[in-house]
Design a protein around this ligand. Structure first.
Ligand SMILES: Nc1ncnc2c1ncn2[C@@H]1O[C@H](COP(=O)(O)OP(=O)(O)OP(=O)(O)O)[C@@H](O)[C@H]1O
Length: 476
């Protein structure tokens, strides 16, 4: 039984200002929200930091009933729930960290059939539990199930970089509650992934509105720096960072502006992504020894230590300027002034790269995304893939995305923004204003590649001789 829908656009603007404290909608947010309130299914693909969450949060506040938000990311759920509660919205989460009492309270709320909770964030695993499904049926029968929002919807598709089998089971929602609208959100879906997500969830054209926005972020400057095993690229990075500090200090206008705002000259927030935990520790220690406020962050650290590091980094404390992290870091973190994201080695997928790089410049100000690329790291990435048990279920897709990322790194013939938008199936070429290494100096780019990368022949000889190790343990 569908809910009765509100069609008042006045409500939308009022709620945006009063509850969410935002002055205006960003382009297309209004259209998405109106489609949701009209009861349509919605697929929304938009760049990192576009403001996708508002597209289900605002309808959840206006609509009658409860919105179930499905997300694979615990930190994202916790962050969003805290922000919503701070805005006096009844939001909660049930996940593996929820206490027994809180879980019972929330299930009891559902059992009434008329929950006071407006947004309930859960994992896909939770949605597969019989008990939870039974509670949702009660809510549905009372016509109080307003909407299902599936965040990171690319996880549904075996063609996605982050396929999670439990997401496939979400088809249960359409089968059980055919008239409850579903909203899918992602920043990273190729056309193939999009089709797969829609088909898996059972969303058909009749009631579906698809919003695909460009992946282009004009304030991000993309750059690939070439390296090889023979040389340590640490000094290249350190030199670059020190130059950044120097420029801030030497520009009198900038200096007085920073002093006025009581900002440190060396407070340039950044993230460096590495593959292994040990690399995080070593690199952070090395940077600290060189006077940079760097801290490691990976899944092997105690929760208290991770939370402390995160808190201090978010509040720009001295000594916490640069986070050296594995991919465990950054999901759901909405720090606006991250000025650089560096990939110390090639990551495992194009989408992962785009998403991680996208944590830079969420305030819209110029920020830089640097990828250090070597052919030895490329081969190691393939090797890890072949040994990764989890990757086997969609190995072909994972190989393709890694190949695409390699092509991006090796390319010296096109704008980086163009390469990214093409990967995601966009037809229009983004208007890059010298915001990539190719646009800035193509000759230099070609020269750097020639000088920086080892030849294929050398790499394969070294590989045959077993000269570079293929370490695998200690991810994340
Ligand atoms: N209309 C708006 N006006 C001002 N700020 C907004 C607006 N909509 C969203 N924001 C802010 O933009 C930031 C990013 O929003 P959100 O986290 O929803 O992005 P996202 O699209 O989910 O990005 P990602 O895929 O990177 O997680 C948040 O701080 C949010 O409060």
């Amino acid at each position: 039984m569908p809910l009765s829908r509100t069609d008042s656009c006045v409500d939308i603007d009022f709620t945006l200002r009063r509850t969410f404290k935002k002055a205006n909608f960003r382009p297309l947010q209004r259209e998405v929200i109106v489609a949701a309130l009209d009861g349509d299914d919605v697929f929304i693909q938009a760049a990192t930091s576009f403001g996708k969450s508002l597209c289900f949060q605002l309808p959840a506040v206006i609509d009658h009933g409860i919105t179930i938000v499905i997300s694979p990311l615990l930190s994202l759920m916790t962050d969003q729930v805290s922000a919503l509660r701070a805005a006096n919205i009844e939001a909660a989460t049930i996940n593996s960290n929820t206490t027994y009492q809180e879980r019972q309270r929330l299930l009891g709320d559902l059992e009434t059939g008329h929950p006071v909770t407006r947004l309930l964030y859960v994992t896909p695993e939770q949605c597969n539990a019989d008990g939870f499904r039974k509670h949702l049926r009660v809510v549905y029968e009372q016509r109080e199930l307003a909407r299902i929002a599936v965040d990171e919807a690319h996880c549904i598709s075996e063609w996605g970089h982050d396929f999670r089998p439990t997401f496939k089971e979400l088809r249960w929602f359409r089968e059980s509650f055919p008239d409850v609208p579903i909203m899918c959100l992602t920043a990273t879906a190729t056309p193939r992934v999009r089709q797969d997500v829609l088909a898996t969830l059972g969303l058909t054209e009749a009631k579906l509105k698809v919003f695909t926005m460009t992946t282009f972020r004009d304030n991000l400057h993309y750059e690939v720096r070439f390296k090889c095993d023979q040389e340590d690229h640490y000094s290249d990075f350190l030199c670059w960072l020190k130059q950044v500090y120097k420029r801030r200090a030497e520009d009198p206008e900038r200096r007085s502006e920073l002093e006025h705002k009581k900002e440190r000259l060396d407070n340039v927030s950044g993230i460096i992504y590495t593959i292994f935990r040990q690399d995080c520790e070593d690199l952070a220690a090395r940077l600290r020894a060189d006077g940079i406020g760097a801290r490691p962050y990976h899944a092997g650290l105690r929760n208290e230590e991770k939370n402390e590091t995160l808190r201090r980094w978010v509040t720009n404390e001295k000594g916490y300027d640069v986070i050296v992290a594995t991919t465990a870091f950054g999901m759901g973190i909405d720090k606006k002034d991250v000025r650089f994201v560096v990939h110390w080695q090639i990551p495992k997928s194009f989408e992962g790269f785009y998403q991680e790089a996208g944590r830079a410049g969420r305030d819209g100000k110029a920020s830089i995304c640097i990828m250090y690329y070597s052919r030895e790291d490329r081969d190691r990435a393939f090797n890890r893939l072949s040994k990764d048990g989890k990757a086997q279920s969609n190995l072909e897709a994972r190989i393709r995305t890694l190949q695409a990322l390699i092509a991006y790194c090796e390319s010296t013939d096109a704008c980086r923004h163009k390469l990214i938008s093409e990967y995601f199936g966009e037809k229009e070429t983004p208007h890059c204003e010298y915001a990539c290494d190719w646009h800035k100096d193509v000759k230099n780019l070609k020269r750097a590649k020639l000088n920086g990368l080892e030849s294929e022949e050398w790499v394969s000889t070294q590989k045959d001789l077993g000269r570079f190790d293929y370490g695998y343990e200690g991810y994340d």
